[in-house]
Ligand binder design. Sequence first.
Ligand code: F6P
Length: 363
Amino acid sequence: MNINKIAINTGGGDAPGLNAVIRAVVLAAEKRGWECYGIRDAFNGLMMPDLYPDGWLVPLTAESVRDITSLGGTIIGTTNKGNPLKFPMEDDAGNIVKVDRTDEIIDAFAAQKLDALVAIGGDGSLNIANELSQKGLRVVGVPKTIDNDLDQTVITFGFDTAVSFATECIDRLHSTARAHQRVMIVEVMGRYAGWIALNAGLAGSADVILIPEVPYDLNKIAEKLKTCMEKRPHYAIMVVSEGARPVGGDYSWMDSGEERLGGLGYKLKPKLAEMIGREVRVVRLGHLLRGGSPTAWDRTLSLRFGAAAVRALAEGKHGIMVALDPPTVRYVPLERATRRMKTVPLDSDTMLTARDLGISFGD
Ligand code: F6P
């Protein structure tokens, strides 16, 4: 079946590089004579028409995507609420129930004569994309997340920007930590995978790195920090992943009533300060890791992913995700992409390097 018209959506938390993917998809599609549209705010524009008086589709042209490769965020919007597989709606009795609204998406695509969807997202969005693909929609997924926790691709776009920014922040903390002879705790995002903490901690010369894959023992951390404080230059840098947890203990949850990780640095601070008898300060980088302009690596990867997604559709492929398998981009079945989370292998050479450099993981 020929393709004349395609849609793009961006779902879940934003990541630097989303706009570069959009630009590549639009340009590669236009080159083939296809029309291209963005869906507003993941699928919310389609599912909540009252909130979108201008309609759920945004026309995307070479002109509208000019100069967006370097822009953070996403020009078509995103959300990590409103999953169409479990969309919260009020039933006749006034109760909130979770409804599968994917059939409405399939119908809306048919009504608009949209031939395919390029779904740019993390595990949640790619899972939705897979369901739509199972229902017959032509879908190609593009893996996005600063956390780098998606399986089947060596790297996701957004990750390099997050690691680069975190590293720059850690670099800056060395001088102030040294000047005051303090322990600085830097908390980074990453959900249940320690990719950001490990890579930024290694690049930024941290003394301690806590990641979800290695449950920590507070005594071991205190021991390492004491050693750092006793010898010159009498300061220490500790990078903690938001998803790290103690041996046999729970994750650190934000006090928001939602399942949101965060605040571990602040929880560790008083305990460690008491154990080592030194001043400890905390910096939580949070959403700063998701903002700003993508690095050159992330721009290139995003452009490669976007163009590869269009090539896949042009070759009649769908139900797949584009993935980086260096040195090339390949296609993997969409249903395999979200089957498991990609965590840091404990025997990876990056972990071994960190250990050889004397970095403690609190174990
Ligand atoms: O998945 C990306 C991510 O930034 C995680 O690292 C973090 O736990 C989460 O999203 C934060 O989400 P929100 O934007 O809802 O605060």
